[in-house]
Structures are given as structure tokens and as C-alpha cells.
Design a protein. Structure first.
Length: 260
């Protein structure tokens, strides 16, 4: 149920939800394109914005599952650099939703040892939202649990361009840049590459999300709209990942993904 209470306890090892999890084959970094909120709402005769509200509620539960699984990082696509093209009322609603989410959830996320970070051109958001973002990031900066990245006013191409600009500004010898140290200039500089990319609602595209970080990610496309993407559906994606044969361009079992 999407409209039930917001309380969802962190599931832990031994919880029936985790019954089929292969603990040695967990992804470290999961990214989610939370698609289908608008269609979910329309199908119910609701405004598209009701779909975003329902999406946030589900996101809260998914984050609790990520905490229970002890993932290193969970990155979600909340607002792309292209989403400004949406009707102004929807853009305004989403911005208000982000602010309300931070007002309501920051304390609990911090108690859950989550470390939040916003990816993208945050300096172009409304000053009041920027302030909330900075104080939430600040409050959680010493936390050591799941790194929760919220891509807001984010585009993968834009992130790469900003990284190149940072490199040029730093005056680094261009010949010293390689695939490993380029990571340091990205918004996700502290995170491992994405192991598992999930997109809900049936479409099968990357939509300018984490272009560099998903180079060797496994892709999982769920038919459910994001407000229907329950903890059970999320766990199913994690189990599916555990059965993938990742070769990283090499031969079978040439590189593992085990957390242990
Ligand atoms: C895509 O669905 C979803 C978005 C553009 C916004 C996603 C945002 C949330 C779920 C809220 C996240 C909030 C926080 C606080 C992180 P769509 O609107 O494109 O759906 P459609 O494809 O059915 O039209």
C-alpha cells in the first residue's frame, strides 16, 4: 500500500524480506531512475503531482531497505537538467516537495546514519532550497552509513563537462588524467561505480543519468511505476543482480562484486 503510514522499520538480516538475498553478492552502489509517477497518478484519475508525492513515500521505504542491506550508496534521479521543460506548476511542486522532504526527513535519516548528498547544479536552485540542502548535508557529513545521493538539477553530460572545467581550472597536467583519477572530479567522487541501475515504469533508457558511473552497471527494468515499486520489488532487483554474471570485459568470474 502506498498511502499507508510512513513508518517502515529498517529490515535487518533474518527479516523475511531478505530471505532470498545472497549476502556475498550484493551491489555496493545502486542507482534508481524513479520513473512513472505521473502515469501512476493519471491511471488513478489524480493529478500528476500526486504521483510525485506517492513516489517520495515509496522512496523513504526503499532507503530503509538500502540501510538494512548496508549498501554503500543509493543514488536517485529526482530532477534532471531537462525537467525544467515541464509545466511551471509541476516544477514548483517538485521543488516544494524536495524542501518539505528535507524539513520532515533530515532528522530521521541522520539517526539512521545516512549521509545525504545532492548531485548536480545545486547553485541554480532557489536559495531557500539550497540552504536546506547545505544544512542536511552538514548535519549528516560525519555519518558512516548509506550514502544517499539525490540527483537534483542533474545531467550526466553536464556533470562530465563540469568535471572537465574543474580539471582545466586546477591546472593539472592533462597527461596525468586517467580513468581512475577522473572520478575525483565527478559529483560522486567518494562513491564506487554504479553496480546496479534500476529504472521503473517500463521504459528502457538511461536519460542522461550517471553516464560515466554506469559504464559497467547491470541494468534492471521494472514494469511497476515508482509509487508501486515496493521494498519487495526492490529486493527482487537485488536478488536478480546476485544472479548476474559480471565479466567487466574479461572472462567468466574475472572480477567479483562481493562486499565481503
Ligand atoms: C519521473 O516520473 C519522476 C520525476 C521527474 C520526479 C521524481 C521525483 C520523486 C519521486 C520525488 C523525489 C523526492 C525526493 C525528496 C528525493 P514522471 O513524472 O516522468 O512520470 P511519467 O513518466 O509517468 O510522466
Amino acid at each position: 500500500m502506498v498511502w499507508d503510514s510512513d513508518t517502515f522499520p529498517i529490515p535487518r538480516k533474518g527479516d523475511p524480506l531478505f530471505e532470498k538475498i545472497k549476502w556475498s553478492r550484493l551491489p555496493k552502489h545502486v542507482a534508481i531512475i524513479m520513473d512513472g509517477n505521473g502515469r501512476w497518478a493519471k491511471r488513478r484519475g489524480l493529478f500528476r503531482t500526486a504521483g510525485h508525492t506517492a513516489g517520495v513515500r515509496m522512496l523513504k521505504k526503499i532507503l530503509k531497505v538500502a540501510i538494512g542491506l548496508e549498501l554503500e550508496a543509493l543514488t536517485v534521479y529526482a530532477f534532471s537538467t531537462e525537467n525544467w521543460k515541464r509545466p511551471q506548476a509541476e516544477v514548483d511542486f517538485l521543488m516544494k516537495l524536495f524542501a518539505e522532504y528535507l524539513d520532515r526527513e533530515t532528522q530521521e535519516m541522520s539517526e539512521d546514519n545516512v549521509r545525504i548528498k545532492f548531485l548536480g547544479r545545486i547553485d541554480e536552485l532557489a536559495p531557500s532550497l539550497q540552504n536546506r540542502i547545505r544544512s542536511a548535508e552538514d548535519l549528516m557529513k560525519e555519518n558512516s552509513g548509506v550514502r544517499f545521493n539525490v540527483a537534483t538539477n542533474y545531467g550526466g553530460k553536464d556533470e562530465i563537462i563540469r568535471a572537465v572545467q574543474k580539471i582545466i581550472e586546477s591546472g593539472i597536467d592533462p597527461n596525468s588524467i586517467n580513468e581512475h583519477n577522473f572520478d575525483q572530479f565527478l559529483d560522486t567522487s567518494e562513491d564506487p561505480p554504479v553496480d546496479l541501475l534500476i529504472r521503473t515504469s517500463g521504459d528502457k533508457r538511461l536519460s542522461n543519468f550517471l553516464l560515466w558511473q554506469t559504464a559497467y552497471a547491470e541494468f534492471y527494468f521494472a514494469n511497476e511505476a515508482f509509487p508501486e515499486f515496493t521494498p519487495e520489488a526492490f529486493v527482487e532487483a537485488i536478488i536478480d543482480f546476485g544472479n548476474r554474471d559480471r565479466r567487466f570485459g574479461g572472462l567468466k568470474n574475472s572480477k567479483g562484486t562481493s562486499k565481503s
